[in-house]
Design a protein around this ligand. Structure first.
Ligand code: GMT
Length: 376
């Protein structure tokens, strides 16, 4: 098949999922065209089946806001015609499904019919899309998609609750490529550089937005390190980072917390992590938690959104009510204090992650593409 993938190219989960999906499709022999405003961060282009087309939006002083949707829909039209693309897969409803629908209409005018698959990722629905200014456009573009998927049952339920959606939504969970998680013995493990032998390593990875409850991460760690020797790795960047740095100073734990900023070495960090923290206000899925579990790292998370569909209570970790940092810290200590308990949780985390192996999930998308193409 010839597939166009539209996504956000940044460090966010939706971009990562879209990129990994496209790369795996290309490995299977499909022709994949990424169409976005800059090269996705995890996109390796060394595959003849992978193409990347940049959407350029020339700056023009008259426009207070540059018209990205217009440029994207025009680019989609041109690329579909040039490469004879058979299906559009847009990740994130805003504005991708909207631009995709416009491209479909323009193509129809020229006698070209192409199906559009829209994948809902979470923030497009629960945070941004629900804003009254966006609501009609988001409802419209979801309803006009040929196929709609969501990354968890919880997000599917929220979408029906928040919008007037008449379409069936297919739940296809996010996935992980487990084969790549084998530590290359030639790459030195940096554990000893990061922490002393007796210190447990705790990690948090996110875009440091309010929804991630970064102060809770620090508070949980503060309690953990009162019980056992530990270090905290804070990976990522965003509006809440500076506040978190000050909070560490206030709590007198700056020497125990390392702020990495955005990193391309997430796998390396996870390979020596003992516990992952994700106390978010909400998560449609929690891809970062799954990535940690794929490295055999147990997870302490909140129980909101789709997190309970990924992190299994008492098996791969523990889940608590949002903001209950005391319970989260107690559960963390339960796992970390005893080597044999930690080992059991590590094994469990990996076996839960195996359910989300890309090999199990990819056929679900391929099937939807094939059915959508056949209908046209
Ligand atoms: O909030 C983020 O981390 C970014 C956001 C995105 O759109 O990239 O993540 C959303 O999509 C991810 C991939 O499907 C999910 O794993 C995240 O849970 C979801 N974030 C939220 O729902 C807050």
């Amino acid at each position: 098949m010839k597939i166009a993938i539209v996504c956000y190219p940044t460090f966010g989960g939706s971009g990562v999922v879209a990129t990994e999906l496209g790369l795996e499709l290309a490995r299977l022999g499909h022709e994949v065209h990424f169409i976005t405003y800059s090269q996705p961060v995890r996109l390796a282009l060394l595959n003849p089946n992978v193409h990347y087309h940049e959407v350029n939006v020339p700056e023009y002083p008259l426009f207070h806001y540059q018209p990205y949707e217009l440029a994207l829909s025009s680019k989609l039209v041109d690329m579909v015609k040039l490469y004879k693309i058979e299906v559009l897969h847009v990740h994130y409803a805003i504005p991708h499904a909207y631009a995709g629908y416009m491209a479909k209409q323009m193509l129809k005018d020229e006698g070209i019919e192409i199906p559009m698959v829209t994948t809902l990722h979470g923030t497009d629905i629960t945070l941004v899309g629900n804003h009254p200014f966006y609501k009609p456009a988001v409802s419209f573009s979801i309803n006009k998609s040929d196929v709609v998927t969501s990354v968890s049952q919880s997000l599917k339920d929220d979408t029906y609750k928040l919008f007037n959606i008449k379409k069936d939504i297919h739940v296809i969970p996010n996935f992980i490529e487990l084969d790549k998680n084998i530590q290359d013995p030639n790459i030195p493990c940096h554990r000893s550089v990061m922490a002393k032998g007796d210190e447990r390593i705790i990690t948090h990875i996110s875009n440091f937005r309010k929804v991630k409850r970064i102060p809770d991460v620090i508070k949980i760690f503060h309690k953990i390190q009162q019980g056992i020797p530990a270090k905290l790795m804070m990976v990522g960047d965003g509006p809440e980072k500076e506040k978190a740095e000050y909070l560490c100073q206030e709590l007198g734990i700056t020497d125990k917390v390392i702020f990495f900023g955005n990193s391309n070495e997430i796998d390396k960090i996870l390979s020596y992590t003992d516990l992952f923290l994700l106390p978010s206000e909400t998560e449609s899925f929690g891809l970062a938690a799954l990535e940690a579990m794929a490295w055999g790292v147990p997870v302490i998370s909140s129980n909101s959104g789709g997190l309970s569909e990924v992190n299994f209570e008492g098996i791969s970790g523990y889940l608590s009510d949002v903001g209950n940092t005391d319970e989260m810290a107690e559960n963390a200590l339960k796992i970390l204090k005893d080597n044999s308990v930690l080992l059991k949780f590590k094994e469990n985390a990996l076996s839960v992650a195996k359910k989300f192996d890309i090999k199990n999930i990819l056929p679900l998308y391929v099937d939807l593409y094939q059915k959508a193409i056949k209908k046209y």
